[in-house]
Design a protein around this ligand. Structure first.
Ligand SMILES: [Zn+2]
Length: 137
């Protein structure tokens, strides 16, 4: 399995975009500009595409009269992006975890919920219904 470091957002988004389907190099650059809201030049993207190609994670087809290459993920490339997404998924989970509280009913509360003061202590519930049930009488 290829060991490619995804150490910047351009690389991360390039793989995200390719995971959504084949793209022209030109399209990739346009969409990266939109997503990242900054200037993206060919030199930001093509060296990485070359690395991906050398590692057999992408292939390209020539479509049309001119040399318009369409890049698409190979089977290995799809596995690689899947692994990448689960890795980043774990990171995202870690990042939001401290903000998650658990209602006594077992619900995970990320934002909102229902806070109630019980014996001078603020407790968090997923809803007022739960607060009523779990409130000590
Ligand atoms: Zn609840």
């Amino acid at each position: 399995m290829a060991d490619i470091k995804i150490n910047n957002m351009v690389k991360f988004y390039t793989l995200c975009l390719l995971a959504n389907g084949p793209k022209h190099g030109y399209e990739l650059i346009q969409e990266l500009k939109e997503k990242l809201e900054r200037r993206i030049s060919a030199s930001n993207v093509y060296p990485f595409l070359n690395v991906l190609r050398k590692n057999k994670l992408i292939k390209f087809d020539k479509v049309g009269k001119r040399d318009k290459k369409t890049y698409h993920l190979t089977h290995e490339g799809k596995n690689f992006t899947k692994r990448m997404f689960s890795k980043f998924g774990d990171l995202i989970t870690l990042a939001v975890k401290p903000r998650i509280t658990t209602c006594p009913c077992g619900c995970k509360i990320y934002s909102g919920g229902h806070a109630e003061k019980i014996r001078g202590k603020t407790m968090k519930f997923c809803c007022s219904h739960c607060a009523k049930i779990f409130k000590p009488k």
